[in-house]
Design a protein around this ligand. Sequence first.
Ligand code: MG
Length: 166
Amino acid sequence: MSQEAAAPEFRIGFGYDAHRLAPGRELWLGGVRIPHEQGLDGHSDADVLLHAVCDALLGAVALGDIGLHFPNTDQAWKGADSKRLLSAVVELLARHGWRVGNIDCTLVMERPKVMPHAAAMREAIAPLLAVGVDAVSIKATTNELMGFVGREEGACAYAVALVVRA
Ligand code: MG
């Protein structure tokens, strides 16, 4: 067998997050502020979509999870823009020799409609990951009025990420 260059090394990761909806909070999803009568509650800006992406990236390289790196007891992250968390995760991956390949996310939320904001979210997220917008997929669905999402008590998000040896 001929000697060939080593195949690229890939890793896959999965992330999930959920946050409660609460009055008097801004709604931040995928790094974009969306007008709504309530927002997601949490220690940071509670951007459930970016948190799922962070966990997918951390999971791909087996470096723990968002709660380990950004504990909600740490005042440094109180009210933090989750784009800062995502950037910190991408830097951590880079220090370990990994870059992002692509991500695919699904946001589950009853209201408001999310897809009109998907293009803005992709534009916001892609530079943080140092990838093109074509490597950032955002999908959304309702929960057909079932469960905590259906009752509009909160929202959740799922993400998968592929990372590549830098
Ligand atoms: Mg979270």
